[in-house]
Design a protein around this ligand. Structure first.
Ligand code: SAH
Length: 461
């Protein structure tokens, strides 16, 4: 069977629904929503159907349908009785009367079928498997629903409104080029980011041929590594950027989502070798955006947690370059979840503290005595090289040497490993192991739950 998807005006011809069961009722609702004229014939119908009839939304004929029903020529007939012979006979007769037939009990005998629909009117996405598997189309619909923000509706409305204006102002040959420029511009993203005024202003400028450039910087948290942990907005912006500035915490799984023709610029820093000075990164973000590009600054985890995200947008704010900040799952959340270590727990910790344990001149300058709190989980970012010092300083400042500690290596990635011990045993324990960055340290009684709550199988080394 070959099929052709078409979009039909809801009220073009009457729809007859024969049968009053659940399937019939679903079709009735779909049709009513589309503004169709619905005539239902069924010996009995549910309350929802009765309600629609009361509202005057449909006509109901309460009786058993017969094989000799008369239909208006050219109308659509949905056969949904529970009697296959009757459906069969009605299909033949309806076609003789010039009607199109949909049999819900026989996938082979259909002139039309109802696709699964994602409704962002005026935008609609229809999914069909030629009737082969409604379960599959429903499944796909659900998956796609999540990728299509509700705001697509507003984008559709804006474009609908603009169309007549464009027709008035631009000659036919110029229109297609305008729409291409429009779709590639920042307007769609501004609508999705719920900034309709800016979207309108930019549309107006584009239409006046004044300004094609509408650069913007997206400071996006890419999460701890597993691409599944991106937010929908992060994914959208990653896919739409013209230039991407990234560093070493952003893994290959996420880099693969960047548009093929986007420019990629590595600005990563290894501990001792600062690839690109921070001021230069800040400046380059601004420069690229001023050229009219959509600039993505991808950061591991969350951009505002030990990520210098604040510094990077300061200059943009000063220059008046527009930007968006998209939060990401920070390493502490990602590692804790994937290691089965709740950061707080009523029996173990009522607070959690994130600190960065960066080494300076081979010592960590952390406020040690402040970190020693009962019932508090301590999370240390960038702590691997200082782990021995961290353990001994905490013990020296009064933390119990038997306090559990976990080192989460490459958290949320396929080769994640969780090393656990106590403040007393950890330094020796890791000496015998090769541990790869990035690692995150979690200290506190909650770590003892790892044995019970770990849920991710670890790859053998
Ligand atoms: N902005 C980031 C943190 C940047 S600091 C965030 O919110 O997560 C970099 C430190 O984060 C690393 O040294 C390491 O301690 C931690 N980190 C980031 N990703 C990690 C991962 N996948 N596994 C373990 N630690 C990670």
């Amino acid at each position: 069977m070959m099929t052709l998807p078409l979009v039909l005006k809801g009220n073009i011809r009457p729809f007859y629904i024969i049968g009053g069961g659940e399937v019939a009722s679903r079709k009735v609702h779909t049709l009513v929503q589309a503004g169709a004229e619905v005539r239902l014939i069924a010996p009995q119908a549910g309350v929802d159907i009765a309600r629609l009839e009361q509202r005057g939304a449909i006509q109901v004929d309460v009786r058993e349908a017969t094989a000799t029903e008369q239909f208006e020529p050219g109308s659509f007939v949905v056969l949904a009785t529970d009697q296959p012979e009757l459906n069969e006979a009605l299909a033949v007769s309806a076609r003789q009367q010039g009607c199109f037939v949909c049999r819900v009990d026989d996938n082979e005998d259909n002139d039309f079928i109802f696709p699964a629909v994602i409704d962002r009117s005026p935008v609609m996405v229809a999914i069909s498997s030629r009737g082969a598997s409604p379960a599959l189309t429903r499944h796909l619909k659900q998956r796609l629903e999540a990728y299509l923000p509700q705001e697509i509706r507003q984008l559709g409305e804006l474009v609908e409104e603009l169309r007549s204006e464009v027709k008035k102002r631009l000659e036919a040959p110029l229109r297609a080029a305008f729409w291409r420029k429009f779709m590639r511009s920042n307007v769609p993203e501004l609508i999705l980011a719920r900034q309709p005024e800016r979207a309108l202003q930019l549309s107006e400028r584009l239409l006046a041929g004044k300004d094609h450039s509408s650069g913007e910087v997206y400071l996006v948290g890419a999460g701890p590594g597993d691409p599944d942990l991106l937010t929908f907005r992060a994914l959208r912006l990653i896919q739409s950027a013209d230039v991407v500035f990234y560093d070493r915490l952003v893994g290959p799984g996420i880099m693969a989502l960047i548009a093929e023709d986007a420019e990629r610029i590595y600005v990563g820093k290894a501990m001792s070798d600062h690839a690109v000075p921070q001021e230069e990164i800040n400046q380059r973000l601004a420069d690229e955006a001023k050229k009219g590009k959509r600039v993505l600054r991808l950061k591991g985890g969350d951009p505002f947690i030990f990520g210098r995200g604040g510094e990077e947008i300061e200059l943009l704010a000063q220059y008046g370059v527009p930007f968006q900040v998209v939060p990401g799952i920070t390493a502490a959340s990602g590692c804790a979840a994937y290691a089965g270590i709740p950061l707080t727990h009523r029996d173990h910790a009522q607070s959690v503290r994130f600190v960065t344990g960066h080494l300076r001149n081979n010592t960590c300058n952390l406020p040690w005595s402040e970190l020693i709190h009962p019932n508090q989980t301590l999370v240390i970012y960038m702590g691997l090289s200082g782990i021995t010092e961290i353990c001994s300083q905490l013990i020296a400042h009064g933390m119990d040497a038997s306090t559990p500690i976990a080192l989460v290596e490459k958290g949320t990635l396929p080769d994640q490993k969780v090393h656990t011990g106590t403040l007393a045993t950890m330094p020796e324990l890791i000496e015998g192991r090769t541990i790869q960055a990035p690692t995150l340290t979690i200290i506190g009684s909650v770590v003892s739950l790892h044995g019970k709550l770990a849920w991710r199988p670890e790859l053998d080394s």
